[in-house]
Design a protein around this ligand. Structure first.
Ligand SMILES: Nc1ncnc2c1ncn2[C@@H]1O[C@H](COP(=O)(O)OP(=O)(O)OP(=O)(O)O)[C@@H](O)[C@H]1O
Ligand SMILES: [Mg+2]
Length: 277
């Protein structure tokens, strides 16, 4: 396992009695695409901030790429292995020019100077932002900014990339672009951890970790999690539209073959139903 956590509990108050995480177990294999789904305050950000030691482990055990999170000497190595993209790209920039922004991170990690230009170019190409090297980050659209922030992370060649609601501030087009890049990186062998409120974005994941009130409610395939109405209700989440339609149609006496997760699957299921009659 690339990420192995057992009984992780965390409280923001020292010695406090309210827990942001409670007895959380987490297992992620190398190359997996994992979505973490849950309503506001369910503990998603608190959990992933443990993975690159932005928050210090209080209770339980956690290893990321064999690095024990209790070992503080390894934290820099860990941060490089485990890159993170946040919700608001504006808070992530320190430079006035795109290429300097990406080079800055590399200099921080003491990447040899002669390697930097090639790394910057290849990171920008990966997020389809080649040609924007000389632009000022503040002149870019939200989606473009988010892709530059991601390029900054990719330039460090991390093994794990965590997206903490990286699409939350983008319009549907910008969101799709970022989700497309997540899947491209996954196909290229990266381990992806995507936190989101948008159930639609979890459909293509290998597995979903469903959180509620600091606990893991359930963990399984999108098909197992998203079509379970009781589980979704317990998590205070609304299932994807095709799932809701499937159940509404069933109540109205129209039983489709299987529960669709995407619009395309819904169309397919309706066509099959029509053919059957
Ligand atoms: N810096 C902080 N100080 C104190 N309490 C915090 C802090 N950050 C989060 N919390 C609390 O910890 C709990 C979990 O918060 P967390 O941010 O991990 O949830 P989340 O699932 O990421 O929510 P969201 O979807 O709103 O981002 C919440 O009850 C929250 O109020
Ligand atoms: Mg959060």
């Amino acid at each position: 396992m690339l990420v192995e956590g057992k009984k992780i509990s965390f409280s923001y108050e020292l010695g406090g009695s309210s827990y942001a995480l409670r007895d959380v177990d987490i297992n992620i294999a190398r190359g997996e695409f994992v979505a973490i789904l849950g309503c506001n305050g369910s503990g998603k950000s608190t959990l992933v901030k443990h993975l690159n030691a932005l928050l210090q482990l209080q209770h339980g055990e956690l290893r990321v790429a064999q690095i024990d999170l209790r070992n503080e000497e390894e934290i820099w190595r860990l941060r490089r292995l485990c890159g993170m993209v946040f919700q608001n790209p504006d808070n992530q920039f320190v430079s006035a020019v795109v290429e300097e922004e990406i080079a800055f991170g590399l200099e921080n990690y003491e990447v040899p100077r002669d390697e930097i230009p090639a790394r910057v170019r290849s990171a920008l190409a990966m997020v389809e932002m080649d040609g924007y090297e000389k632009r000022a980050p503040h002149t870019l659209s939200g989606g473009q900014k988010q892709r530059v922030a991601l390029a900054g992370v990719l330039a460090l060649e991390p093994e794990i990339i965590i997206f903490d609601e990286a699409t939350a501030m983008l319009d549907p087009g910008g969101r799709q672009e970022v989700v497309k890049i997540m899947h491209k990186l996954h196909r290229a062998g990266k381990t992806i951890i995507a936190i989101t409120h948008y159930v639609e974005e979890t459909v293509g994941a290998d597995k979903i970790i469903l959180m509620h009130k600091g606990r893991v409610l359930s963990c399984g395939t999108p098909q197992a999690i998203l079509t379970d109405l009781d589980l979704m209700r317990e998590a205070e989440m609304i299932p994807p539209l095709p799932v809701r339609l499937y159940h509404d149609l069933k109540q109205a006496g129209i039983a489709l073959n299987n529960c669709p997760l995407t619009d395309e699957e819904l169309v397919e299921a309706i066509c099959q139903f029509r053919l059957k009659r």
